[in-house]
Design a protein around this ligand. Structure first.
Ligand code: AMP
Length: 187
């Protein structure tokens, strides 16, 4: 199964992804994690990406597409994938559709995790990650609404989107998600 997870920063995508991965036994494609690893490894891609990440801005599409396309070439992705934090722009979504169609493995479902902005800010103020400082959080939320939210229209046109209420305990949210992956939309 191929799933895209969309939601504002701090919506609980990380927590819910971990549960879903174990439940479905599919690889996790978290571009945020991949970028943080590239930075830690001091690769040229890491150095380039870092300049955007520290400001809460999106990393340019060309870098992201290289990263994801290489990842999709590993054999473990033949069985499915959970895309977490990717795509984040409409051009990335279009490129992903193309990459998956070339491989004969289209997306099954796009899950939108919905959490109000006030709750996002409250949750992120408790996390303490380097890019969780107030002004960076504000920029990341802006990037979400301006650049990422329009993805949902793109996927809605394909009948792929299912929205999940992200409020409540992690168990409650996960049981909502499980119901969706048990019965993905027929398109
Ligand atoms: P995340 O861990 O998914 O919240 O990502 C952390 C940061 O990495 C984001 O604020 C962006 O700067 C960058 N990033 C991660 N994924 C992408 C993507 N698909 N496109 C552009 N930038 C990304």
């Amino acid at each position: 199964m191929r799933i895209v997870f969309v939601g504002p920063p701090g919506a609980g995508k990380g927590t819910q992804s971990q549960r879903l991965l174990h439940y479905l036994q599919i690889p996790h494609i978290s571009t945020g994690d991949m970028l943080r690893r590239a930075i830690a490894d001091h690769t040229p891609e890491g150095r380039r990406a870092e300049q955007y990440m520290v400001k809460g801005q999106l990393v340019p599409d060309d870098l992201m597409l290289d990263l994801v396309s290489r990842r999709l070439d590993s054999p473990d992705c033949d069985h499915g994938a959970l895309f977490d934090g990717f795509p984040r722009t409409v051009p990335q979504a279009e490129a992903l559709t193309q990459m998956l169609s070339n491989r004969g493995t289209p997306l099954d479902i796009v899950i939108e995790l919905r959490v109000p902005d006030a709750e996002v800010i409250r949750r992120m103020s408790q996390r303490g990650r380097e890019d969780d400082r107030d002004e960076v959080v504000a920029e990341r939320i802006r990037a979400y609404w301006n650049q990422t939210r329009p993805l949902l229209n793109f996927y809605e046109q394909q009948g792929l989107v299912e929205s999940v209420d992200g409020l409540g305990s992690p168990d409650e949210v996960f049981s909502r998600i499980k119901r969706l992956v048990a019965q993905p939309k027929q398109v």
